[in-house]
Design a protein around this ligand. Sequence first.
Ligand SMILES: N[C@@H](CCC(=O)N[C@@H](CS)C(=O)NCC(=O)O)C(=O)O
Length: 213
Amino acid sequence: MKLYDFFRSSAAYRVRIALNLKGLAPERAFVHLRRGAQREDGYLALNPQGLVPSLVTDSGVVLTQSLAIIEWLDETHPAPPLLPSDASGRARVRSLALAIACDIHPLNNLRVLNYLTGTLGATDEQKNGWYRYWCDVGLEALETRLARDAATGAFCHGASPTLADICLVPQLANARRVSLDLAPYPTLLRIEDACLALPAFAGAAPARQPDAE
Ligand SMILES: N[C@@H](CCC(=O)N[C@@H](CS)C(=O)NCC(=O)O)C(=O)O
């Protein structure tokens, strides 16, 4: 397997966590997003979206979209499971994961931020304000859900990490990069602590990657 990765990509960070939880260590290729390597012909041939991560399987199949990659990993390497065994539990975990991956993360993505400052002429302060605003809106709703729901345990769902935690931890790392005040989110921080105590999460952190700057 080969993972196309970038240390600071939170979508790639999700896949790194899942790979670590599964005990898998694929070959790595680093796509330098700040230098625009995601828009070079070679990478676009692999992933026409020009986004990381991509994962090339042992049989040469190219997988894109972090959640699709993680579900593929879960189906092909079932232990430990990243989704609950019951349908309601799976729907809850996917809902938490999608609230981050679909409703928070895309608004904070590099190409969106570049459009704000480049095409629309926003200042860095306005760009960071946008970033913090959409993180806050999404994290506030997650905090409410996780704090009140009996299905929440040491992790987002029960006593072991799932796809929801895999999305939460990288999103909190993103929020810190723009100095978002996370004090209003004690449940999220408690879950993050539980995750980061696990080597699979800690070892996937941006600062621990070979391409970290
Ligand atoms: N929904 C995609 C999002 C992928 C994505 O947005 N990746 C970002 C890094 S976190 C990227 O490659 N950005 C490059 C750019 O914006 O030009 C996924 O989950 O894989």
